[in-house]
Write a protein that binds this ligand. Structure first.
Ligand SMILES: N[C@@H](CCC[C@H](N)C(=O)O)C(=O)O
Length: 266
């Protein structure tokens, strides 16, 4: 049976890319096909826009990872969705609230003097520090700070090298029930260098919740200053993350770009 063509828009935030579609919910199998980079549109995740669930919110963001698993939150996707809703769905900005499986998130679309969108910021909290966890991989112990940004993260203060993350990431991901996003972070006086192996999507160019988790973990160890914007440098570019002194409030700021729109027979 032929499927009804699916209208979609493609966005990315620092190279972390998403297909955005209107509800009703696409199922996990279709999400996997859409995200396939050879046989589908290709993306790290699929965002479905659904009706809001809390008073004052304008929409609900549902997100699948490229492997069809569901994530409760995604920092890069929510910036893309906020921009899409303001630019193409007639939602009044600059500030709007989007519901997610980890609660409502307040987003602000920032414009420059000429009116062009320069960045989107998101109140990403509450962050939750979950303590330390050690992972044994082939007899080598990797220390992590566990942080929830609505989704699970393990932040390792280890060399943020992509090839190392590609080999270690999936092995650590599997050591946690339900999986975990694995960040390799190097905090310093001028910011944090970070590579993230994402649960359900693999090595990505950027991870918004991962950047927030790395900033919270680093602030909790006194490696970066809370209360001031910290540049988090990812392979795809830089996010600015401010962790409140209580280590619970977190603001993330970064770009969101529309790439193309189309119809897919998937
Ligand atoms: N790319 C994301 C996070 C997407 C979800 C994650 N892979 C999970 O399963 O928790 C971001 O920008 O935050």
């Amino acid at each position: 049976m032929r499927r009804v063509p699916l209208s979609f828009v493609k966005y990315h935030g620092l190279g972390n890319d998403f297909v955005v579609v209107e509800g009703p919910l696409v199922d996990a199998d279709r999400a996997r096909r859409i995200c396939d980079r050879r046989r589908g549109i290709g993306a790290d995740g699929l965002v479905t826009i659904l009706p809001p669930r809390t008073p004052g919110a304008v929409a609900f963001m549902h997100i699948y990872n490229s492997d069809g698993s569901v994530a409760a939150m995604c920092g890069n996707a929510i910036r893309c969705l906020a921009r899409h809703l303001v630019d193409h769905r007639g939602v009044a900005g600059p500030t709007l609230v989007i519901d997610t499986d980890s609660g409502p998130k307040t987003c602000t679309v920032h414009r420059g003097a000429g009116g062009a969108v320069e960045a989107v910021s998101v109140e990403m909290g509450p962050a939750r520090l979950l303590g330390d966890q050690d992972f044994d991989v082939d007899g080598e112990v990797h220390r992590s700070v566990r942080v929830s940004m609505g989704n699970p993260h393990a932040v390792l203060f280890e060399e943020p090298a992509r090839e190392r993350a590609r080999s270690l990431g999936p092995r650590i991901e599997r050591l946690v029930d339900g999986g975990v996003n694995v960040g390799f972070a190097r905090p310093g006086p001028d910011g944090i260098d970070l590579v993230v192996w994402e649960r359900g999507a693999g090595l990505t160019d950027a991870c918004g919740t991962g950047a927030c988790a790395a900033a919270v973990a680093s602030a909790s160890r006194g490696k970066v200053r809370a209360g001031a914007p910290v540049p988090v440098r990812l392979p795809g570019g830089t996010l600015l993350v401010t962790v409140a002194p209580d280590l619970v409030g977190v603001t993330m700021r970064g770009p969101a770009e529309r790439v193309f729109a189309g119809e897919a027979d998937l």
